[in-house]
Design a protein around this ligand. Structure first.
Ligand code: FAD
Ligand code: NAD
Length: 326
């Protein structure tokens, strides 16, 4: 017995069909789209409920099928599935790389530039915060994960001792569970097409969306001449993956990284201060005149707000800028 619900909003709703044998139910979704890829589909099977979300252009279509008894789920919010903590590795004095494993019956690949929400129940209360999945490293031999059974999802997360959520996350033991939502975000991958210059402005953990962007751009955009990261931190000890970034800059001639510190020790002889028009105008040099350019910016809200103002003053258009905010 199968009951189902299919959202029918949007220009051309996908249709679907299903068939079943004694051991298997096969569900086929007809999208009438040529460019459907693994990022476009999220599939979950939990507690007798089967759920498939398909993202086509700006619309999300949901198929929800529950076997044997009525569907009771609230469709309005984001959907969460429980993922298991597999490992936790120190990256800096306060930032860790968390590896979570999806349930075996879930296919979920977070698109570049998107974030998810992590949810924990603490003393009977649910707490939720957004985090941006990263690759497990900045590998030169990076390939878009093509395997549908890609099991792991990685996060670089700074632990704030006085914070509400991150100390709870840090207290989890290997094998414990965290709920992970479906992805959200508005970066269009089409922004990278024919791109010649990519400039990344990151502050602190605002580096996280840049990880997949870097890997993607260097591997998939043949028109790209130059990728430059300006990475703002308080001290040298706060720089996430400094060693990997320097290695990547050494091996990949299209990539450069510059570190800017706001509270360095006296030994630091690199760039100093906060984001400023002077730093930006020196950094944002096009590789060729009138090149097709994209600037991505992410960090604490005041950093991003100031950065956006300076970029507009430097005559970059809305189209040439993507800012990551909540
Ligand atoms: P909070 O309780 O929010 O506190 C954070 C810090 O601020 C603490 O030091 C606290 O003492 C201080 N503080 C809190 N309230 C005040 C106040 N009123 N006045 C002064 N100080 C105060 N973070 C990552 O580490 N990695 C990511 O990949 C990541 N991705 C994100 C994606 C998005 C879209 C957004 C919006 C944020 C992202 N963040 C990320 C930040 C993350 O969501 C949390 O904000 C962060 O982890 C802090 O959560 P918390 O509850 O532990 O700390
Ligand atoms: P931090 O306190 O370590 O600061 C890093 C750098 O940001 C500083 O060195 C400085 O250059 C700059 N900065 C900080 N405060 C500033 C200010 N008031 N004005 C100008 N510049 C300033 O940063 P953190 O603790 O790693 O925090 C990272 C922030 O990035 C968090 O607020 C987090 O929510 C945000 N974040 C957002 C997203 C997203 O929206 N997608 C993703 C990841 C992180």
């Amino acid at each position: 017995q199968v009951t189902d619900t299919l959202a029918k909003d949007g220009p051309s709703s996908p249709s679907y069909d299903w068939f079943q044998t004694d051991s298997l139910v096969t569900i086929i979704i007809y999208t009438k789209q040529k460019d459907i890829n693994l990022d476009s589909v999220i599939v979950d099977h939990q507690d007798d409920a089967f759920r498939a979300e398909t993202v086509i252009k700006n619309c999300s279509y949901l198929i929800h099928i529950e076997l044997s008894h009525e569907v009771q789920e609230d469709f309005s919010g984001l959907y969460y599935r429980k993922c298991q903590l597999i490992s936790k590795e120190d990256i800096t004095h306060d930032t860790k790389l968390f590896c979570l494993m999806r349930p075996p019956s879930t296919h979920l690949q977070v698109p570049i530039g998107q974030h998810v929400y992590l949810k924990l129940t603490v003393a009977g209360t649910e707490i939720v915060k957004p985090y941006t999945p990263v690759s497990d490293s900045l590998l030169l031999e990076f390939k878009e994960p093509a395997l549908p059974n890609n099991k792991y999802i990685y996060f670089l997360i700074k632990i704030y001792p006085a914070g509400f959520f991150t100390p709870e996350l840090d207290h989890l033991q290997i094998g414990d569970f965290v709920s992970v939502s479906s992805p959200e975000g508005n970066l269009k991958i089409s922004k990278f097409q024919e791109l010649e210059d990519l400039f990344l402005l990151a502050a602190g953990t605002g580096f996280t969306p840049m990880v997949k962007i870097l890997n993607y751009a260097l591997t998939n955009i043949p028109s790209l001449r130059k990728v430059k990261l300006m990475f703002f931190n308080k001290t040298e000890d706060d720089i996430i993956w400094r060693n990997q970034l320097e290695k990547l800059a050494f091996k990949e001639k299209r990539f450069d990284v510059e570190f800017v510190l706001s509270a360095p020790t006296s030994e630091w002889n690199g760039k100093l201060g906060h984001i400023s028009p002077a730093l930006l105008s020196e950094f944002l040099q096009r590789s060729v005149d009138k090149s097709r350019v994209l600037i991505c910016i992410c960090g604490p809200a005041p950093f991003t707000e100031q950065g956006l103002r300076f970029l507009h003053d430097l005559n970059f258009s809305e189209d040439e800028i993507h800012d990551f905010t909540a």
